[in-house]
Ligand binder design. Structure first.
Ligand code: OSB
Ligand code: MG
Length: 373
């Protein structure tokens, strides 16, 4: 089926988080989220979300660069060129280097559109194999250890299968020790968001005592080789997040044993087609992957759910219930988690959730339409 996009609708919404989220690179209290709607001649549509943050801290991209890149370079390409399948949309945008989160917003919207037109749930259209996903939570840096322990307690009683805590210098070994003392047997991991260097090898050696499932992205955001050196020094598996932007990065990292697990994020790799490539590369090498999160609204969350149904996603992801982030989500029903700590992939076409247009309109702070002519 040839797809001809007549309109790309670009909008920014503001959404306040229920609770601030703090990582080694900073604290977020309100999201500035770009949503993309692609529309065909027959009025069929698809929705995507840009996962860029409010500043260039997790990666170079942020809300403003994504807005301008989509508006000036990416949307004009997809409204001018027909394509045979959503699988080719990232090729159309190849002339633009980097800006993967901006690209993913459009590319994932095209996948939703294509799945809706085929009357298939997106996860089945992508080749997903499981209808129920294991879920974990990512818990940010808190104001006190007590607050952290309380949060963990709450998430465990909600059923979540593994706990990830954020670490940074000064909030690491002692915190992990307290968490392990209180919860000796839970599946536990730590995410450093690039806050350390090879000078910290002794610190990571000491973490081997805590039986962590993995340590996520301890070293530089664009590094692979130093992670390989660190991995050779410790027993705990390393997991790469920031460093893996493509299937080639995954291949390089696995070739040199820089990690034993990969976190896949749709925005970071540039969309569903690229995510599938990373997943396939890891799966052929028996390396497990899981789906990371970027504090997404319901639309990005629904895309994460679809991606997580692929065969290689065997570990619990950072995909959790809408209510952990928002008083009211922009999809209906909101994402919920079973008492076993799982999410059911929806059966409806495309993303499988209703898009709450009225709510989205009321949250919109700017809107732009890009048409072929
Ligand atoms: O490193 O996984 C990360 C949030 C923003 C930026 C980077 C990361 C995160 C999370 C939150 O860990 C995951 C989520 O709950 O969406
Ligand atoms: Mg991470």
């Amino acid at each position: 089926m040839i797809m001809r996009i007549k309109l790309v609708e670009l909008r920014e919404i503001r959404l306040g988080l229920v609770h601030f989220f703090e990582t080694s690179f900073g604290r977020t209290t309100e999201r500035r989220i770009i949503l993309v709607r692609v529309v065909c001649e027959d009025e069929s549509e698809g929705w995507g979300e840009c996962t860029a943050g409010e500043g260039p801290f997790y990666s170079e991209e942020w809300t403003e660069t994504a807005w301008h890149t989509i508006k000036n370079f990416l949307a004009p390409v997809v409204v001018r060129r027909d394509f045979e399948s959503a699988a080719f949309v990232s090729d159309l945008m190849r002339r633009v280097r980097g800006h993967r989160m901006a690209k993913a917003a459009i590319e994932t919207a095209c996948w939703d559109l294509e799945a809706r037109r085929a009357d298939l749930p997106l996860w089945k259209h992508l080749g997903g194999v499981r209808a129920e996903l294991p879920c974990g939570v990512s818990i940010g840096i808190q104001d006190s250890v007590e607050a952290l322990l309380e949060k963990i307690e709450r998430e465990l009683s909600a059923g979540y299968q593994r706990i990830k805590i954020k670490i940074k210098p000064g909030w690491d070994l002692k915190i992990l020790e307290s968490v392990r003392e209180r919860f000796p047997r839970i599946q536990l991991m730590a995410d450093a968001n690039s806050a350390y260097t090879l000078a910290d090898v002794p610190l990571f050696r000491a973490m081997d005592e805590f039986d962590l499932m993995m340590i996520e992205q301890p070293l530089a955001h664009d590094d692979i080789m130093d992670h390989a050196r660190l991995q050779a020094e410790i027993r705990t598996p390393l997991c790469l997040d920031e460093s893996i932007r493509s299937m080639r990065d995954a291949r390089h990292a696995l070739d040199v044993n820089a990690c034993r697990i990969i976190n896949i994020k749709l925005g970071r790799v540039g969309g569903h087609a690229a995510a599938r490539e990373v997943e396939a590369e890891a799966r052929t090498r028996n390396v497990p992957v899981w789906c990371g999160g970027m504090l997404e609204s319901g639309i990005g969350r629904a895309h994460n759910i679809a991606m997580s149904t692929l065969a290689g996603f065997t570990l619990p992801g950072d995909v959790s219930a809408s209510a952990r982030y928002w008083d009211e989500d922009i999809i209906d029903p909101p994402v919920t988690v079973t008492e076993r700590g799982t999410i059911h992939a929806p059966e409806g076409p495309g993303l499988g959730f209703e898009i709450k247009r009225g709510r989205i309109d009321s949250l919109t702070v700017r809107l732009e339409e890009i048409r072929a002519r």
